[in-house]
Structure formats: structure tokens, C-alpha cells
Ligand binder design. Structure first.
Ligand SMILES: Nc1ncnc2c1ncn2[C@@H]1O[C@H](COP(=O)(O)OP(=O)(O)O)[C@@H](O)[C@H]1O
Ligand SMILES: [Mg+2]
Length: 368
């Protein structure tokens, strides 16, 4: 059975998440995974992303390629797996620009696959989103294809990923998959944790700070009134909406006066907006909510989410053998494997594309 390695860097800019998996029909086994944080200087460049000039962007593409290659090789070394055993690397890259509604629709992920293939000797599939945009789609979300294949055969379930932004796929036997961004994930929490710690913390470690603050339920209501939460799916969002400007608007002077209460409120709201979005937009009775992404490590967030989703039970995706931050890299490993086999790896109904495609550009390696 083929081994495939997936690489992912999301909106949190926390680092490169890598996972090595074996795929057997509709079964997946994750053999190893880890997230390698970006070195500080690279993290700063990555955060600047779309604001960089072409020469810097071009350099960042190569630097990220090196970082992705390092993450892949580090994972293989740590677990004693020879590169020759890996059929393919699926590399999502890091999104520096996503503009599917621009006059010229486009999307740009950096992390040169040439560098990754050169350093690892493994064929690389990358640039998955462009093909969907070329087919008239939004370029996102792409993970629902994976969700449908591996979780679509059971009862109606929500696969909730909580990265910088939180997104859900609802799948189940006989159901047409439904996927959308529920709203903010960790992005506002990271922002507040950095603010409270004056830059020392990059996140609210295990949700400790939020656990000690007071929730302002009026602010929760103000946030829930934002038009985004009323718009029916399919829909997606990002930092262009959920940022410091919004926090100033919603919390006013409390942002500076009682930042811990703001963090506590946002942590609750993240959970609330997820559960309320199900109530508003998901017609099926959910049997279970399967959570993934770095948000799983925020205990306060998970406690609120369990409360808000009740009586529907919450289960970390780890329960199914997939570590929280491995979910997305594993999905791209699978998409890559399909691309290499020249088989469709695409759910056009999730993105609005006109037809199913084979997503990804293949960078070959020398025959072994
Ligand atoms: N121990 C932890 N405690 C609280 N939050 C955590 C912890 N570990 C990771 N996170 C959160 O998870 C985020 C990264 O999650 P990830 O799934 O990689 O998101 P993205 O896809 O946006 O990069 C971090 O920015 C942080 O907010
Ligand atoms: Mg990440």
C-alpha cells in the first residue's frame, strides 16, 4: 500500500504541519505527524505575505520550499522511514493571496515544489487550488473531498476543523456534502494572546488565559449579528473580516481595559458561532461532531464547544487515528496520491467548479 506525505501551512502561520499516511481503499492510517514551527524571521515574512514585492515573494517561494522540504525530511528521519518508500508528497503550500472573485480570479500558494522534490527525491504534487479556480470554482474548500471519501459512509456527521479560521464539512450516507467556513477559529484568540502577553505568547496555551476571564454575552450577541453569520453557505471568510478592526468595533474600550475578558468572550464566541451555524444551516440531525486543527488543544474552547453542541457529542479526530493537526496534511497527501494516479480528487459541488478535475501540478522526481 502506498505511503504519502502531506504538508500544510494555514492562516495561523504557526508552521508547517506534516503527516505521513498509508492509504488502503477507504481506510487511512497515519504513521507519523508533527508541526514544525517557522523560525521567527521566516514567520514574519510569511505574515507579510501579499504585501511583499515580487522579488521578496519570489525569494519567499524558495525559502518556504526549503522549510517544507525540511519538515518532510525531519518527519521521515524521526520515524526512520526511507524517502524511497514514499510515493508522493502533497504540498498545499502557504496561501499568500486568494482572490476567486477578482476581475481575474486567482489564488497563490508559495513553497516551491521544485525545491521540495530536489531535496527529498520524492515526486511532489502542489498548486491544488489553481485548477479549481481555472474550472470556475472558488479554489476552496478542497478537504471535503477527503471528508466524503473517508467519513461519508456513516451517519450524518460534522467534520469541524479549527485552524485560524474554522470550517466544517457535513457528510453522511446518502447526503450531498455541505461545506463552509463557520467563522473565526483561533485567529482572534491568537491575536488577543499576543496582545495580553506583549508578544511573548503566540497563542492562549491550552486555553489557560480564557479560562480566567469573564464572558460578555452582550458582545457575543453583537458578534453573532454580523452579516457573515446570516449568509447561507457556501461561504468562506478570512482575516479580512476577523481582525483587530472588528474587535475595536465590537469591544470598544474594553479591548484595552479588560483584554482577558475579551479573550474569554471570543473563545466562547468561537464555539458558539460553530454550534449556532449548524443549527442555522445544517438540516440533518448530526450524530457526532469530529474536531480537528490546532484549536483542539485549547481546552477552554473545547469545553465551550461541547456545551454549545450538546446533546450532539464532540469527538477529537484523534479518536479515528488522525492527530488534530495531521488532518489537513493527510487530506493533501491523499489528493496528491490520486493526482499521481490520474484520478479525480475533487468535489466540485463544494467549490462551485463546473466539473470534477484532477487537482494539482506534478513535479516529478528521478526514477528510483
Ligand atoms: N497548546 C495549544 N493551546 C492553544 N491553542 C493551540 C495550541 N496548539 C495550537 N493551538 C492553536 O492552533 C493554531 C494552529 O492550528 P492549525 O490547525 O495549524 O491552523 P492553521 O491551519 O490556520 O495553521 C495556533 O495558531 C493556535 O491558536
Ligand atoms: Mg498551522
Amino acid at each position: 500500500m502506498p505511503l504519502a506525505l502531506g504538508l500544510m501551512s494555514g492562516t495561523s502561520c504557526d508552521g508547517v504541519s506534516a503527516a505521513l499516511a498509508r492509504f488502503n481503499g477507504r481506510r487511512v492510517r497515519v504513521l507519523a505527524s508533527q508541526t514544525t514551527p517557522y523560525p521567527q524571521r521566516l514567520a514574519r515574512l510569511v505574515r507579510q505575505g501579499a504585501r511583499l514585492e515580487a522579488p521578496q515573494l519570489s525569494a519567499l517561494n524558495m525559502l518556504l520550499g526549503e522549510q517544507f522540504a525540511k519538515a518532510a525530511l525531519g518527519l521521515l528521519r524521526k520515524h526512520g522511514v526511507a524517502a524511497a518508500r514514499v510515493a508522493v508528497i502533497g504540498s498545499h503550500g502557504h496561501t499568500v493571496y486568494h482572490g476567486p472573485h477578482d476581475p481575474v480570479p486567482s489564488t497563490l500558494q508559495l513553497g516551491s515544489p521544485a525545491v521540495i522534490a530536489q531535496r527529498t527525491g520524492i515526486p511532489v504534487v502542489a498548486d491544488f487550488r489553481s485548477r479549481d479556480v481555472a474550472a470556475g470554482g472558488e479554489g476552496a474548500p478542497l478537504v471535503p473531498y477527503f471528508d466524503q471519501v473517508f467519513f461519508g459512509g456513516g451517519p450524518a456527521r460534522a467534520l469541524q476543523n479549527i485552524g485560524g479560521i474554522a470550517n466544517v464539512t457535513v457528510v453522511g450516507r446518502g447526503l450531498a456534502p455541505l461545506a463552509f467556513d463557520t467563522g473565526p477559529g483561533n485567529c482572534l484568540l491568537d491575536l488577543m494572546a499576543r496582545r495580553i502577553s506583549r508578544g511573548k505568547l503566540s497563542c492562549d496555551l491550552n486555553g489557560q488565559l480564557a479560562a480566567r476571564g469573564r464572558i460578555d454575552h452582550r458582545a457575543v450577541e453583537r458578534l453573532w449579528r454580523l452579516p457573515y453569520f446570516h449568509r447561507p453557505p457556501p461561504k468562506s471568510t478570512g482575516r479580512e473580516l476577523f481582525n483587530e478592526g472588528l474587535l475595536r468595533e465590537i469591544f470598544g474600550s474594553a479591548l484595552a481595559r479588560s483584554p482577558r475578558d475579551v479573550l474569554a468572550t471570543l473563545t466562547y464566541f468561537t464555539a458558539y458561532s460553530i454550534a449556532q451555524s449548524y443549527r442555522r444551516f445544517v438540516a440533518h440531525r448530526l450524530r457526532e461532531v469530529i474536531v480537528s486543527g490546532g484549536g483542539v488543544f485549547n481546552r477552554t474552547l473545547m469545553r465551550h464547544l461541547a456545551g454549545c453542541c450538546a446533546p450532539v457529542p464532540l469527538r477529537p479526530i484523534e479518536h479515528y487515528g488522525v492527530p488534530a493537526q495531521a488532518k489537513e496534511p493527510v487530506a493533501f497527501a491523499y489528493l496528491a496520491l490520486r493526482a499521481l494516479q490520474q484520478r479525480i480528487n475533487h468535489l466540485p459541488s463544494a467549490t462551485g467548479a463546473k466539473a470534477g478535475c484532477i487537482l494539482g501540478a506534478i513535479t516529478p522526481a528521478l526514477p528510483r
